[in-house]
Design a protein around this ligand. Structure first.
Ligand SMILES: [Zn+2]
Length: 298
């Protein structure tokens, strides 16, 4: 299969500026659809259900991020800032099929909010007001940092080994609130017997991944509130490593759109409601097995 970014120097230049957050989300959705088309075609070719073909993505000098005048650099003008995890399986520009100069990307394990990370966000929101319209906190399924936080929650006696260094502790500790919130939500929705389900740890990791992204987005939004004149809307989402799609809820089986972005809760009540929706939706991932109060562990 050929993936062709067809550069046409004579094509009209189309500024990809998103005027508001909704248009910025649409740009990301369309880019994610292009990425998904590539993924699905490759998967079909590999199992022999599709003949080798090609996907052509038209590109002009602007969409390639090239300088139009040889003596001057391109002005930095991303329409979205994405805070994602460092995980090598989550290449953000590729997931959203975005060329240079469209995304301001910060990647840190567990997409947690440290001081330097906040500094980068502050810089972008302060200095890129002309173009920046959207901020996405993007978690991903099976996140190692969230898994470490879950393991230290489930086995507190192993905490010294899991988070031996100061640096690792700062990661694991920052995610604890999401893990505890996810554990409470699973308990509320499915009852305390769920802890004996063999899929409980995985369900807790997945629920915590979503809650961690939403909580980080909540914190980011609070931080940038004070910046005068910005036009940035904050949302959260999670990239699912299995179905290679972007979700607002862990609803792998029921998701209708290729990419959905979640509204960030504004109060503890809204976080509780989100936790309940996440704990309900995580069942669709098929990791919990039978869920019942009569469940008997093997
Ligand atoms: Zn991760």
């Amino acid at each position: 299969m050929d993936i062709i970014y067809r550069y046409e120097p004579s094509a009209a230049l189309i500024p990809r500026q998103a005027m508001d957050a909704q248009l910025a989300i649409r740009e990301l959705e369309e880019g994610h659809q292009r990425f998904r088309a590539i993924v699905m075609h490759v998967q079909k070719e590999l199992v022999g259900n599709a003949r080798p073909g090609s996907i052509i993505i038209p590109s002009d000098p602007l969409s390639l991020g090239f300088a139009l005048i040889a003596s001057a650099p391109v002005r930095q003008a991303p329409y979205a800032l994405i805070l994602g995890c460092s995980d090598a399986r989550v290449p953000i520009e590729r997931i959203f099929d975005q060329p240079p100069n469209e995304l301001f990307v910060i990647r840190v394990a567990g997409n947690v909010l440290g001081t330097e990370c906040l500094g980068s966000i502050d810089y972008a929101v302060q200095n890129l007001k002309g173009s920046l319209r959207l901020l996405v906190v993007l978690g991903h399924s099976g996140c190692g940092a969230v898994s470490a936080a879950v393991d230290s929650y489930l086995s507190p006696q192993d905490y010294p080994e899991i988070a031996f260094t100061h640096a690792l502790r700062s990661l694991v500790d920052r995610i604890q609130i999401a893990v505890r919130g996810a554990a409470k939500a699973l308990d509320r929705v499915h009852g305390p017997s769920l802890k004996r389900n063999p899929g409980y740890r995985d369900a807790l990791v997945e629920t915590a991944v979503y809650l961690n992204a939403a909580l980080t987005a909540f914190d980011v939004r609070k931080e940038i509130e004070a910046i005068e004149g910005h036009m940035v809307q904050t949302v959260y989402a999670v990239f699912d490593l299995v179905d290679q799609r972007v979700h607002a809820l862990p609803d792998r089986k029921n998701a209708v759109a290729e990419a959905t972005f979640g509204q960030v809760p504004s109060s503890t009540e809204e976080f509780t409601a989100l936790g309940d929706r996440l704990a309900t939706a995580v069942q669709s991932k098929g990791i919990l097995g039978p869920v019942s109060s009569e469940f008997v562990p093997q």
